[in-house]
Unconditional design. Structure first.
Length: 277
């Protein structure tokens, strides 16, 4: 439990408890109930129709009797960190100082743990607001290696998640993300370079390039998030931790893994890799 009266600085307490400082210092910004209802419905529709842009999303919502316009839907989608995912000409340029790296996984057989890690961020609705969940996933085993919550789409909590995964599980050969500003930032890419990790980035708007993480979000939301109404960030963290660490990684079998759990798939393959090395 974080305490302002403790002799340790709050930032130090957060690090010891593996908490993002952003979720300690701040409370989620209040969101009007009407907007929150629209955002929660957008989140579910996006999982079903990831190709839907603001116009199509507006049409879906209007058919469900939401009184919204396209510009308002576009604003809410941007706030949620959601965009239509489809292949399109790359007419945009990266932000100054932000390099875009090539996609390295096309036709690459991924047959062992720690070959490829992937990372993404997703919107998580709460009873009276929302937070963002960042997760680092081992591509081979589907194991969630680390995860962090934040109330802002900043780079810091992504870096904290990667540092935790590196400390616990070593390093991958390749690290794959989308082209979000958090992942193209110099601070984030420098962290990967300092560990001699090859950087891979999805084609802009190409959801299939990071398909396993997209499937993870769907699983977490339908099996955990949509069944709850988190009253606080701490409650969301506790409940998500119980699901991810206490169920998804350790007890939930995957058909694509031969009915193994992510932990079983990850740790069973490690001894053979270490012996070969």
């Amino acid at each position: 439990m974080i305490s302002k009266e403790h002799r340790l600085p709050i930032g130090r307490q957060a690090r010891l408890l593996s908490l993002s400082r952003g979720s300690v210092y701040y409370l989620p910004r209040p969101v009007p109930a009407a907007d929150l209802a629209v955002m929660n419905r957008i989140d579910k529709l996006h999982l079903e129709y990831p190709f839907a842009g603001s116009r199509m999303m507006r049409d879906f919502l209007v058919r469900e009797n939401f009184d919204v316009g396209r510009l308002h839907v576009a604003t809410l989608m941007k706030r949620m960190g959601i965009e239509a995912i489809y292949r399109r000409p790359n007419t945009s340029k990266p932000a100054p100082g932000h390099k875009i790296y090539p996609y390295l996984l096309r036709k690459l057989p991924i047959v062992r743990p720690n070959h490829v890690w992937a990372m993404d961020i997703s919107y998580i609705p709460m009873a009276r607001g929302f937070v963002y969940l960042a997760a680092v996933v081992d591509w081979f085993s589907r194991k969630v290696l680390s995860w962090k919550l934040s109330i802002t789409l900043d780079t810091a909590f992504c870096i904290e998640a990667v540092e935790e995964a590196l400390a616990k599980y070593g390093k991958p050969e390749i690290f794959n993300t989308d082209q979000g500003s958090q992942f193209t930032s110099v601070a984030f890419t420098d962290l990967l370079k300092s560990h001699d990790i090859a950087i891979s980035m999805d084609g802009k708007g190409a959801w299939r390039d990071n398909v396993f993480v997209e499937r993870l979000w769907r699983t977490i939301k339908y099996e955990e998030v949509y069944l709850r109404a988190y009253a606080s960030v701490s409650e969301a963290r506790t409940s998500l931790g119980r699901y991810i660490d206490g169920f998804y990684n350790t007890r939930r079998p995957h058909s694509s893994l031969g009915r193994l759990t992510p932990d079983e798939a990850y740790f069973t393959a490690l001894p053979s890799i270490q012996m070969a090395a």
